[in-house]
Structures are given as structure tokens and as C-alpha cells.
Design a binder for this molecule. Sequence first.
Ligand code: PLP
Length: 362
Amino acid sequence: MSYKLFIPGPIAVSAKTMKALTSAPIGHRSPDFVALYQSVQPGLQALFETKDPVFLSTSSAWGIMEGALRNVCTKKVLNCMNGAFSDKWHDVANRNGIDATPLKFDWGQPVDPEAVRAELATGQYDAITLIHNETSCGCMSDLPALMAVIREFPEVISLVDTVSSFSAVAIPKDELGIDIMITGSQKALALPPGLSLCSVSERALEKAKTVPNRGYYFDLIEFLKNHEKGMTPSTPNIPHIYALRSKLEDINAEGVANRHARHLRLNNLVRDTIKAQGFELFPAEENGSRSLNCFANTRNLDIGALNKVLKAEHAMVIDGGYGKIKGKTFRISNMGDETDETIIEMLDAVVAVMAKTPVISG
Ligand SMILES: *Cc1c(COP(=O)(O)O)cnc(C)c1O
């Protein structure tokens, strides 16, 4: 049985994208591949708002999130943590034997720029990790304010995860001075999982050149050398790149500003409709994500039961909460190709099912 995903990734993939995915593979060292690779660069650079190259990695986002850290950190990394993904980035640093300090905030609280300044001012760090949009708790940190602080410390390379906000809201990489900006395919880009994208500044690449033991698969210098020839270091998932090209056409046809406006409008529509059902946003309103909403389950509804009915009767699913806030929260995505029509259809279904969903007993 097929059903539609309103979880914050992976999300629904359009028929046009699915068709592009079935393009026959071509040789990854052929002129046809070079043409394909180079054809997506201008659209990607426009979306990243950067003059730097955009590397394509055949991996999920974690591949690059782990690899990038190994490429640029030789002293110590500051891991800003306010949800499941940012907590895990600290764990990943530890597993790689990288000296790492956790800078912890409660889940749902944004990362505080002043706390970042105080820590970076100790002078111990040469890298910082930051998640723009903490998907686990629907919290979006103030990236311009954070980057303004980080830019005060030129020795610190910034690694910014924009996995669930990229292309949903404007993130001007060069203007903000982000060194390594990372995203994945299955969130706001509405591609299937399995491709990640990252744009790397010149100074981050210069730093990487001085770092031993960068590994091979995620070596940014290998990516750079191949990029200069219009290629990737190893055989990429070529069908995904066709799908990416198709998606960039869609984004171009809609217009990037229109795309951002659509996401904001749909995000508000979900927020207002579910709040009218007696729920509250999990983070403070002003910190709420614009690509999804994470609600506190203030009515204590059995979201697992709700999802079963939603799936059986309406062929849709929402998300029942992530990690330690599973059941206490639920999340609804407005990423990708959703329209006023599809979001209203989903909300009508969710509200109807809520009316007959039991509360959790005990
Ligand atoms: C989904 C997500 C990731 C992990 O992506 P994978 O594709 O599973 O590697 C990382 N960070 C954020 C903020 C995410 O939402």
C-alpha cells in the first residue's frame, strides 16, 4: 500500500522526479557525465548563494557531516547541541577521536550566540558544528546572529548542517561566511535519500590540505580535484544527479523567492490549524522551524493510534516524535513540493482523525 509522507524526511517525491531517476546510467568519466555534473552547478550555487563549488556525495548527510569534521579539525571542535542531530554530531566527533566540547541547550531551545562567543573566546577551537534547523524538535536557530559571532574568530572553521532547511528558507552562504554548508537530498529538496551536497569555502579547503589522515571517501581535496574536471572522486549515484537536475528545473520555474514564500505560508497554515486544535508549538513561536512544525502533545493524544488511522483511512502519515520526545511531541513537514491544496487536504484528514483519537492512558 502506498501512502504519502508528511514526516520531516524522507518526504514525498514527485512523479517527475521519479521519472528522472529512471534515466539510464552513463559512464562517470564520460563527457556526458561532465555535462550533467556541470549543468547542476549554476543552479546549486544560486541556491547555496555561493561562488564556491558544490560537491555531490553519494552518501546520506552524515557521511559529509562526519567526513568534513575529519578534514578541518586538528585542535578542538565546539559542538553546539540543542536536539538529536546536533547531540549526535558531538558523538560522531568523539567516535573519530576528535577533541570536542559540548555546548548544550535544552531540546527546543535555539543555540545562543553569546554562549558561542564566550566559548570560542577561550581560543581553544579551530572548528564549530552547528545545526541550523534541529529537525528533531522543530527548532531553527538564528543563523545570521550565530555566524556574526563565529566570523569574529577567523581561526575557526564553521560546519553548518542545513539538511532540513536548505531551499525552504534563504541561507546566503557567502554573505554569512559559512565555511562548510551541508545538506541532504530527502528533506526540503524532495529527492529520495542517498545523496548529500556540500559547498566548501576556499579557506576550509586550504585548511584541509594541511590535515593528515583525511581518509579517502570524504576527502574534500579529492572532491575539489575531481570537481575541477566536472566529476566526483568515485562512481556517484548518477540517477540521483538526473533527479537533482530535474528538481533544479522545478525550483527555477517556481522562482526561489516564491518557493521560500510558499514554505512560510504552508508552515503557518499547519501551525495555526493544529494550534486551533488545542496544541502548542514545542519550541517558542519565534524559534519554530519553517520547514516543519514540532508540536507539544498537550492534549496527550495517542499519536501512534492516530497515525494508524491516518494511514489506513487517508493514506498519509505524520511523525510521532523523535528520540527522547517521542509521544510527547509530534511533527508535520511542509517541505518539498507541498501546495496549499495538499496541505489543506492533509490537515483536514489529521483534524478529522484527531477527533476520534484516544488520549494516552496512565
Ligand atoms: C535528517 C537529518 C540529518 C541526517 O541525515 P541522513 O540523511 O540520515 O544522514 C542530519 N541533520 C539534520 C538536521 C537532519 O534533519
